[in-house]
Write a protein that binds this ligand. Structure first.
Ligand SMILES: Cc1ncc(COP(=O)(O)O)c(C=O)c1O
Length: 333
C-alpha cells in the first residue's frame, strides 16, 4: 500500500516561503522540542572518522538513564515506529485519536488493519485488538494515561499474544510517570519507545530507544542493519544521557517556561488549555484563523483539523513569549 507522507511541525522553511518572511525572523513553536536543548562540547576527530561501534558505552548510558536492561538504540523513535509493523503477522491495531499520525500511517502502510479509537472505548475494543498503541503523555492532546490502565490493558493483550506499545517520547520531564520507573520493562509483549528529540532538544540527531524483550529487539536490530546510527549521534547521545546536572536543571527550567506559557494563554482568555512541559494544546473553533494570524506575523504553530485545535511549543525566552502574547492579545481582543 502506498499512502501520501504525513506533514509535521518543524517545517519552517515551507512556512518562510509560503508567508514570504525570512527564516531568521520566525519563532518556531510548531513542535514539542525543548528550545534550550542539550549541546555537546567539541566532538573528537575520531568520532567523525571512525565507523560506529556497538560497544561504545551508549547502551550502558541508556540503561542507566532509563533504568532498564533490555534496550536498543534506533535512529529516532520514528525508526522503531516504522519497523515494528514489519515484526508482526497482519494484525488489528488500535490507536487513540487524535495522536502522532505516524503510528497509524506505518501500520496501515504495512497492510495491518488500523482502527482509530476514542479513549473511553479502549476497554470495550480490547477484545478485537492485537496491538494497542498509547502515546503517554499524548501528542497532541497531552493526556496522561494512568499506569493501572496500561498494566490492565497489557495483561489482557499479552494473554492472547498481543502487544501494548507505549510511546513515551514526551516523558523525560516527568520521569515518575514512566512505565520504566515501575520495573515493568521486563513484561513480555510490552514495548516502550523513547526519544532524544524532545526533552534533550536533539531532534536533528535522530536517536531514540526501544525497550522490549531481547528477542524482539534482535529482530528490530537485524531489520535496521549495520551502522544504522552514526558515530557522532552515538557519541552525542551517550554524553547527553550521562549529563545528570543538565537533566535536573532542564526539568526545572522547562517547568518554569511552561508555566509562563500557560499564564500568557490564560491572560488572553484562551480556555481549556492542556499542557505538558513541552507544549500546550488548545481546542478552538477559530484554530485555523489563529494559526493564520500568528503565521502572518512570523510565529509558526501547529494546526489540527480534527478536532480543530492548535499546539503551541515552548517559547525559548521572555522575548519570544512577549511576541506571542502580543499577537494573541490582538487576536482575542
Ligand atoms: C509522540 C511521538 N513519538 C515519536 C516521535 C518521533 O520522534 P523521534 O523520531 O525524533 O524520536 C514524535 C515526533 O514528533 C512524536 O511526536
Amino acid at each position: 500500500m502506498v499512502l501520501a507522507l504525513i506533514k509535521h511541525g518543524g517545517n519552517l522553511r515551507e512556512a518562510a516561503k509560503q508567508y514570504n518572511i525570512p527564516l531568521e525572523n520566525w519563532v518556531d513553536l510548531s513542535t514539542g522540542i525543548n528550545p534550550n536543548g542539550w549541546l555537546p562540547a567539541e566532538i573528537p576527530t575520531h568520532v567523525w572518522q571512525r565507523l560506529p561501534e556497538e560497544n561504545d558505552g551508549l547502551v550502558e548510558a541508556a540503561q542507566q538513564y532509563y533504568g532498564v536492561k533490555s534496550i536498543l538504540p534506533v535512529a529516532g523513535s520514528q525508526a522503531a515506529i516504522q519497523t515494528l509493523p514489519l515484526c508482526r503477522r497482519k494484525s488489528t491495531v488500535g490507536i487513540i485519536s487524535p495522536a502522532y499520525a505516524e503510528h497509524a500511517y506505518c501500520w496501515r502502510q504495512a497492510g495491518h488493519h488500523v482502527i482509530a479509537i476514542q479513549r473511553e472505548q479502549i476497554e470495550q475494543q480490547l477484545s478485537n485488538l492485537d496491538v494497542l498503541i498509547i502515546i503517554n503523555p499524548n501528542n497532541p492532546d497531552t493526556f496522561l494515561t494512568p499506569h493501572a490502565h496500561l498494566v490492565s490493558w497489557h495483561q489482557q493483550l499479552a494473554k492472547k499474544g498481543g502487544w501494548l506499545i507505549v510511546d513515551e517520547a514526551f516523558m523525560d520531564s516527568t520521569p515518575k510517570h514512566s512505565l520504566l520507573q515501575q520495573n515493568l520493562d521486563t513484561l513480555p509483549k510490552l514495548i516502550v519507545l523513547r526519544s532524544l528529540g524532545k526533552f534533550f532538544g536533539l531532534a536533528g540527531l535522530r536517536l531514540g530507544f526501544v525497550i522490549a524483550k531481547p528477542e524482539l529487539l534482535e529482530i528490530i536490530r537485524q531489520k535496521q542493519g549495520t551502522w544504522a546510527i552514526s558515530h557522532p549521534t552515538r557519541w552525542i547521545g551517550k554524553h547527553a544521557l550521562q549529563d545528570n546536572v543538565w537533566q535536573i536543571q532542564s526539568r526545572q527550567s522547562l517547568q518554569q517556561l511552561s508555566q509562563a506559557l500557560q499564564q500568557c494563554l490564560s491572560s488572553v482568555n484562551l480556555k481549556n488549555v492542556k499542557t505538558t512541559h513541552l507544549f500546550c494544546y488548545i481546542q478552538l473553533e477559530t484554530a485555523k484563523e489563529l494559526r493564520e494570524h500568528l503565521a502572518q506575523h512570523g510565529i509558526w504553530v501547529r494546526y489540527f483539523d480534527q478536532p480543530k485545535a492548535i499546539r503551541i511549543g515552548l517559547p525559548r525566552n521572555e522575548k519570544e513569549l512577549n511576541r506571542l502574547g502580543n499577537l494573541l492579545e490582538r487576536f482575542t481582543a
